[in-house]
Design a protein around this ligand. Structure first.
Ligand SMILES: [Zn+2]
Ligand SMILES: [Zn+2]
Length: 386
């Protein structure tokens, strides 16, 4: 079984397993500053990887449920228990800055995207088959999200009626507030909370949206799922979430679930197939047509003397890697089946065969070797007693 090469999240952030949410946040900020690629110009690639590693650790440890799941089951368990984690290595830095609202932390490098301008992100789930993982697939998604109300054009005001000036902001739509998180505290101008930046108070709400300016609608969207996605990974589709105060939409996060396959088990990019063979096939060797992903068949030579659990590796017949697109292998693991019932004729034949295998080291090396060891073990004990 492949061992996860991922580092422990607590180790990544340099904190103890008992760290409080504040300590986790602090450690992430320190890591984000330390490994920020703009601060490590001569070592950009390595620091970018470190930065992404820290981002992933923070995503999990800052979420109580995900953290609990991670503590209990580790990296693999997170996937198996349906906890989505973003594939940060596949995201560009700007996306990560946006996700954590780091745009202004680094002097507005992230295309000036401020979180309050943007709407809520939405979550959804996509189920794909292993065959679709192999090739990549386009999926039609249908989900509910808010759209600007047609009746009032998003104003929330019933057409033909008037609005009053907002008393809180005096009609300017903006108020000055103190804000910031950790690094700097600054005074910023934000949308007035009373009138939500419009400067107006609605006296007659729109009949369609009840002054919300939005209505919930079904959205149809085609999402391209790249080949090699792992179960539990999250695909981020920019600008497909809820609309924000200024119309910018948040993102849609698609949790990718890979359906179990009827006869293949996935281990990273490798596929494992348990192939049952009869004990005569194992003993004498044979050629078998085995199915592979996508209903193709390959001819497989099982050598004579094959043991239960032996592996045969078919190079490059596994799944493509998400990033490098290099293929993993198909690993065929033999399961030797012992007859459960014997006809009289079979029994006679096997009795004859059994006569030839008795104490024959060439035929049964493990069995003979085992009893030799037992014999030695008992004789050594008897000797030491006497
Ligand atoms: Zn409306
Ligand atoms: Zn106002």
């Amino acid at each position: 079984m492949p061992v996860s090469s991922k580092r422990d999240y607590y180790e990544v952030l340099g904190i103890s397993r008992e760290a409080s949410p504040e300590q986790i946040k602090k450690a992430w900020r320190e890591a984000a500053l330390k490994h920020h690629p703009d601060r490590n110009k001569e070592n950009k690639k390595a620091s970018e990887e470190k930065f992404k590693e820290a981002a992933e650790a923070y995503e999990v440890l800052s979420d109580e449920r995900k953290r609990q799941m991670y503590d209990q089951y580790g990296h693999e368990g997170m996937r198996n228990h349906g906890e989505g984690v973003h594939d940060f290595h596949h995201m560009d830095l700007r996306e990560i800055f946006d996700m954590f609202g780091l745009g202004d932390m680094f002097g507005g490098r992230s295309n000036g995207r401020y979180q309050e301008d943007y709407g809520q992100d939405l979550q959804t789930e996509i189920e794909v088959t292993l065959e679709e993982v192999a090739t990549g697939v386009e999926k039609e998604l249908i989900f509910s999200r808010e759209e600007i109300c047609d009746r009032c054009n998003g104003s929330g005001v019933e057409p033909g009626t008037k609005t009053d000036r907002c008393a809180t902001c005096g009609g300017y739509g903006q108020v000055e507030q103190t804000s910031g998180f950790g690094f700097f505290v600054s005074r910023v101008v934000t949308a007035c909370p009373k009138c939500r930046g419009t400067g107006k108070i609605i006296s007659t709400p729109c009949k369609e949206c009840k002054s919300r300016g939005r209505v919930s609608k079904k959205r149809h969207l085609t999402v391209n799922i790249p080949a090699g996605m792992q179960d539990g990974q999250v695909l981020r589709v920019r600008g497909e979430g809820e609309p924000g105060a200024k119309g910018h939409r948040g993102d849609l996060h698609c949790l990718v679930r890979v359906k179990p396959h009827p006869f293949l088990i996935r281990h990273g990019n490798d596929l494992v197939m348990d192939l049952p063979i009869s004990f005569t096939q194992a003993a004498m060797g044979c050629t078998i047509e085995v199915p592979t992903l996508g209903k193709k068949k390959v001819s497989l030579d099982i050598p004579n003397g094959t043991q239960p659990g032996d592996f045969i590796r078919l190079k490059n017949m596994g799944l493509p890697d998400l990033r490098s697109k290099k293929h993993g292998d198909l690993i065929v693991r033999t399961q030797v089946e012992i007859p459960k019932k014997l006809s009289d004729q079979q029994r006679k034949l096997l009795e004859q065969f059994a006569e030839t295998e008795k104490n024959n080291k060439d035929v049964m090396p493990s069995t003979c070797g085992f009893w030799d060891k037992i014999k030695q073990y008992f004789s050594a004990q008897t000797n030491s007693k006497s």
